[in-house]
Design a protein around this ligand. Structure first.
Ligand code: GH3
Ligand code: MG
Ligand code: MG
Length: 508
């Protein structure tokens, strides 16, 4: 049995106790935070305070470039993340490469040493490992030759093991945080978009929500309209090269995403020959096809002015977002169709009375606000009952459709033509006084008179009554009534003519 002198045993015992105390403090400090930067600066704090070192650093491995970059340090002059060490050089590179501690008791004798501070005499580099993967290196330097004895190196190695665990926890935690934020974003997008049924409003919302939750500088939505891919909405701070409504070339990134129906991430678009982006500053982008029930509706684009702005691990979350958006777009389109149907007359395909009432209310508000005038024309087919009687109801329907088509063709885009009921049509002519509207009505009357209606073997004529806002009415009912009275007068005076409410006032 080996026997130690009492003093030696006591010394060994107290050193072990000190070692346990250091490690205990270290683990407490390291494991009490999940913040990566906090973890790293605590590791260095312990190294500096316990060992009284002049210089220490943590370098992390950049898996892409296989370089170590300086993450946190003390005692370095002008050091930041741009300080990089390739794995083939330095004691730190050697530690990462060999996956074990590397010690230089006298740096002047070690060819691997990269001189950075004149006062350094000894250096130890210990790899930081997460499972069997090197994630970085803990680098410690002292102004004393052979400062790091076996005991100290062992202690630093144990410390680095704990640091590695804390580092791994911090990484998992930040990944988890990111996942949670993304899940929340997906949830918000799902809730907010399904409630928006107005399509352009919906697209704007999609852009700002995606931008808010996934970063990037600009988000846009492109939708197929027939075979054209049209820019329908965008939000962000980049300079657009296209206007909303413009057709986008289906090339490069877009073409790849649309053809493969898969998300495509491009880390540096400026390296792609012939690539044309929708924004001047775009450097990287992720393009997500919008697919609903197997149909490609378009694409959601997220762009950034810096390279490499989108992480591959965010793609699956972004794909969930694009699926939600595609469904929301389908819903909004469906709603738009249903809503349109509610305002369209089944026989003629032009707007119905409900739409006329909606639009006249808007026109009343707009004209009142801006001090403008507008007119209402009530137009009625003459002796329509006789047409039905002589040629049948189906031929009558055909005449209604033809009259509606003539109205749509002859009127301005800003005019609103609707079937008011039976064989009566109501027309709103914005920013047009009674004389102008009477001229429009007379043009319509003349076109009808000379039109060949194939379903009936005789000319069809119309009569019209015109009233102007606000002179002949400042409510919907007053205006319609004035125009109706004028129409009645037109019928009374022999049909196939136009009478204005103004003319009636003068004669009465
Ligand atoms: P007036 O010149 O005074 O306007 O005589 P009119 O015969 O045109 O007017 P009246 O109001 O007496 O008759 C309107 C006719 O329009 C009666 C109705 O059967 C017919 N009508 C209403 N809606 C439709 C429809 O959807 N299709 C067809 N074919 N006829 C319709
Ligand atoms: Mg009639
Ligand atoms: Mg009638």
């Amino acid at each position: 049995m080996k026997c130690f002198p009492l003093a030696g045993r006591h010394k060994a015992h107290s050193k072990r106790m000190q070692r346990i105390a250091i490690l205990y403090d270290a683990s407490q400090a390291l494991l009490s935070t999940f913040d990566l930067n906090e973890v790293l600066s605590r590791i260095l704090g312990i190294v500096r305070d316990v060992f009284h070192l002049s210089k220490g650093a943590i370098l992390l491995l950049d898996p892409k470039t296989q370089e170590l970059y300086l993450k946190t340090a003390f005692g370095w002059e002008a050091a930041d993340e741009t300080t990089r060490v390739p794995l083939c050089s330095g004691l730190t590179g050697a530690a990462a490469r060999t996956r074990g501690p590397v010690y230089a008791p006298d740096v002047s004798q070690d060819p691997r040493y990269i001189p950075s501070m004149a006062s350094t005499r000894s250096e130890v580099a210990i790899p930081l490992m997460v499972r069997d993967e090197v994630v970085g290196v803990l680098d410690c330097q002292s102004e004393t030759l052979d400062f790091f004895d076996d005991e100290t190196r062992e202690l630093l190695r144990l410390l680095s093991t704990q640091a590695s665990i804390a580092l791994s926890n911090a990484r998992l935690y930040s990944l988890e945080q990111r996942r949670r934020a993304q899940l929340e974003a997906i949830n918000t997008i799902a809730r907010q978009t399904t409630a928006v049924l107005e399509i352009s409003e919906l697209l704007k919302q999609v852009c700002s929500l995606v931008l808010e939750s996934f970063g990037g500088d600009h988000a846009s939505v492109l939708l197929f309209e027939d075979d054209r891919l049209v820019l329908r909405a965008h939000q962000g701070r980049l300079t657009p090269l296209f206007k909303v409504g413009a057709e986008m070339p289906q090339e490069g990134l877009l073409a790849r995403a649309l053809n493969s129906r898969k998300a495509v991430v491009e880390t540096d678009l400026r390296q792609l020959p012939g690539h044309q982006s929708g924004f001047r500053e775009t450097a990287s982008a992720v393009c997500l096809p919008l697919v609903s029930f197997g149909q490609v509706l378009g694409a959601l684009l997220l762009e950034s002015a810096s390279c490499d702005a989108f992480a591959a691990e965010d793609v699956s979350a972004l794909e969930s977002v694009s699926d939600i958006c595609a469904t929301a777009i389908q819903n909004a389109r469906h709603f738009e169709r249903v809503r349109q149907m509610a305002y369209v007359d089944g026989v003629t395909g032009i707007f119905n009375r409900r739409y006329f009432e909606l639009r006249i209310a808007e026109e009343l508000a707009r004209s009142t606000r801006h001090g403008l005038t507008f007119s209402v024309i009530m137009l009625d087919i003459d002796h329509f009952k006789r047409l039905n009687d002589d040629f049948g109801h189906l031929a009558g329907d055909e005449v209604l459709r033809q009259v509606a088509a003539i109205l749509a063709q002859q009127l301005r885009k800003s005019d609103v033509a609707s079937r008011y009921g039976g064989e009566e049509f109501a027309i709103i002519t914005p920013e047009t006084g009674v004389e102008g509207a009477a001229a429009v009505s007379d043009k319509l009357r003349r076109v009808m008179e000379s039109w060949h209606f194939p379903s009936v073997e005789r000319p069809v004529t119309v009569s019209a009554g015109v009233a102007e806002f606000p002179a002949q009415g400042n409510t919907r009912d007053q205006l319609v009534q004035s125009a109706d009275e004028a129409l009645y007068a037109a019928k009374q005076s022999g049909r196939n003519c136009v009478v204005t409410a103004q003319m009636l006032r003068r004669t009465s």
